[in-house]
Design a protein around this ligand. Structure first.
Ligand code: HH2
Length: 282
């Protein structure tokens, strides 16, 4: 049976991998495509992403690249809320990438329908904000905090530990009254993980998807550079191949910078790959 993601006013069918376009409102995102709070530029990127086939837009106002510091609340609100207001008129579901309950609340009021939290709603009050709305939510696993998370991350059993963590956060949401159909899980590629940890997790996406629909964000990340040998500016092709591989392994949503290339890659696999792309529907 086709899984549905309940996402505010939207019902998203998860019978193929959906493409989530990254719109960073930051001045300092690692991939260099942040718009620094410029609403016109964000609108332009959003139009391009939708025309290229994006199913959702993910708006972020705080970089979480390794080594980054947290952004003051007022500054994050200044970057994110006007962009959400402007993009909410476009008719596609908007996700907001934040760890702050105040930003979640303001973004939902401005028209967002998915909260994407790399901290899995651990800030006091965050679960309540989500529970009080009808938005979807993505809980992500991170070991440590962005400033230090890549300093020698350690696991005994990375897949088991990430799976247990995601199920625990999922249960917290269920207990707070958030329906299962609103919850996405994300192993958090690059968030407190070595290359070996990332690869092991990637190869077990089907197992993770048994706990709930999985969002995968690997586009242009260090692991893509390490495996492919490509510098940041040449990571579109390896990122697309990784996105297709994630789709084949059952990812429900692919969070990407390169929307047109990703959609093209998915179409090719769907038409020519063995078995096509059925996401997690089967
Ligand atoms: N990765 C980043 C940010 N948010 N959210 C989820 N759910 N999963 C991810 O893998 C993820 C995320 C980091 O990438 P990016 O937004 O491109 O960079 P920055 O944090 O520097 O803005």
């Amino acid at each position: 049976m086709t899984q549905i993601l309940e996402c505010g006013p939207y019902r998203l069918r998860l019978d193929r991998p959906l493409v989530m376009a990254i719109i960073n409102t930051t001045p300092d995102s690692f991939s260099g495509d942040g718009v620094d709070g410029n609403v016109e530029r964000a609108l332009e990127l959003a139009h391009q992403a939708i025309a290229a086939g994006a199913d959702l837009l993910d708006i972020g106002g705080e970089s979480t690249r390794p080594g980054s510091a947290s952004v003051p609340l007022e500054e994050e609100l200044r970057r994110v809320v006007p962009v959400v207001e402007a993009l909410s008129l476009l008719g596609v579901p908007l996700s907001v990438d934040t760890v702050k309950p105040e930003v979640m609340k303001a973004a939902l009021a401005a028209g967002a329908s998915l909260i994407n939290d790399v901290n899995a709603l651990q800030e006091p009050g965050a679960v309540d904000v989500v529970a009080a709305s009808d938005c979807a939510v993505c809980v992500m696993h991170m070991q440590g905090a962005p400033r230090t998370m890549q300093d020698n991350p350690q696991y005994r059993d990375v897949v088991g530990e990430v799976e247990t963590y995601l199920r625990t956060r999922q249960q917290v949401l269920l207990d707070a009254g958030v329906a299962r159909g609103r919850i996405l899980l994300d192993p958090g590629f690059g968030f407190g993980k070595s290359l070996a940890h990332n690869v092991e997790l990637f190869k077990e996406l089907e197992r993770l998807a048994k706990s709930g629909p999985v969002l995968v964000g690997v586009c242009r990340k260090r692991m893509i550079g390490e495996i492919s040998g490509c510098p940041l500016e040449d990571r579109t092709v390896p990122s697309v191949v990784a996105a297709v591989a994630a789709g084949v392994r059952g990812a429900a949503i692919l969070r990407v910078h390169d929307v047109a290339a990703t959609c093209a890659g998915l179409r090719i696999w769907d038409a020519l790959g063995p078995g096509g792309l059925k996401g997690i529907a089967e």
